[in-house]
Design a protein around this ligand. Sequence first.
Ligand code: GLC
Length: 536
Amino acid sequence: MNRAWWKEAVVYQVYWRSFKDSDGDGMGDLRGVMEKLDYIASLGVDVIWLNPCYTSPDVDNGYDISDYYTIMKKAGTMSDLEALITAAHERGLKLILDLVVNHTSDQHAWFKESRSSRTNEKADWYIWQDGVKGTPPNNWRSYFAPSPWAWDETREQYYFHSFASEQPDLNWEHPAVREAVYSMMRWWANKGIDGFRMDVINLIKKRATYDDVADPLDLSYLGNQPGIHELLQEMHREVLAGTDLFTVGEIPFVGPEDGLLYVGEERNELRTLFHFEVADDMETMDLPRFKQIQKRWYEALYPSGIASQFLNNHDHTRQVTRFGSERYRVESAKLLGLMLHTLPGIPYIYQGEEIGMTGIRFSDPESYRDVAFRNQYAERIAAGESPGTVLSSMQLRARDNSRTPMQWNTGKAAGFTIGTPWMAVNPNYREINVEAAEQDPNSVLAFYRKLIDLRKTHPVMVYGIYRDLAIQDPYLYVYERVLDGVTWRVVLNVHDEPVTTTFGLPEEQLILTNYDTADINRLAPYEARLYQYEMP
Ligand code: GLC
């Protein structure tokens, strides 16, 4: 595999509204990120991914942008962002922004103009269809609503929205739309940012026709459509070619074979991608299936492409809660971290993951702020389901579970704000917080610092070939990475009972473990070991 800085990178995701509040209004902001920049740098990470901070009515927490060239007041000002870029660079950190161009806000000037008549200059910048009010053009669903079609009284037509009705989809068939997006991207690149995390980027190409589908609940008709690669190659030519910009595309509905088409190096599309075979399709840990996913992606991509590794982010509940164990919180947080940093791919850390934060579950539906939750909850209640059933079925996967404020210390609101936090702080902040973790040499935080440091000093973690040694085992995950005669063996007990194993190696070969003692033939619940040996 060709070497490149971005393949060796570790990315830290900052969901700024829940990271640190600098002015006491209860919402995190860019100055708050600045205050904590030394903390981020101290982790050893290379890249910060900042969630959208552009001007937005904030229906979908910034993913509904009304002006790509200005900063949301809640986040701060353009000079705050410029200062953050400079300060990050001074510390050797790169900064990437979210690029949200499948849709805009319905408050964007483009959409306001587009909806003003059927004949204005931007009339075709969005996707409009004739129809009869009350009868949407087809039987599709949107991610956040029962139909992706919303009626507009002025045009007496429907417009298309893959997400909430306040997020109309752009019409990428229109050359002027594409040019507007590319020039905006160039503008940000000139400002000094280091790349883009591209929001649902493979949704930008729509189906050729909007016919009914047999199974509207299978949303795969929304993305990965023929023609997507031509668009991404054009974007590459127009914006990315010849630059060092880092790009990671959020690519739903894609398996490994298609995945290669997005990230194969000779394809000139994206550097790397997030796929959803785990995040969207696996409710809790299903180890045999997880191993198959890793193997298939590795075999399809290596050596010409590289995927990204994540188990949680602002859309997916915290990994300890969903894929590990709250009972073995510290052990499973370390195990999942060790796994993500040693599997093939670029590891992403979602703020708070490095201290083992857990996902909250609110008992009152009103506490959920997320538009996706609210819309889905309302739809199911209206369909006659009981509130208790709906809430309990939605609790584990609710997006707000991972959006509670970062837990800095035991002070008021966990040190996140001196005001009233926009979203409740997880009450376990008294035990789980950065300050406590800094004082404990065995903390999850200390373990993450070691993992990141190992990646810096051991190319085998990045470039080594991957082989699974026990693919059928339901509890043990054992794999090796091999490069230039050096072998790293990872032995994980992804399970809350002890297991016996024949894969242990002598203690001299142990590089990292999450337990004090290592019994060569037995692993404790969620025990994780990393060994190294050299072939003669
Ligand atoms: C992505 C974002 C998510 C957002 C959606 C629509 O999946 O991560 O937060 O709601 O796109 O922009």
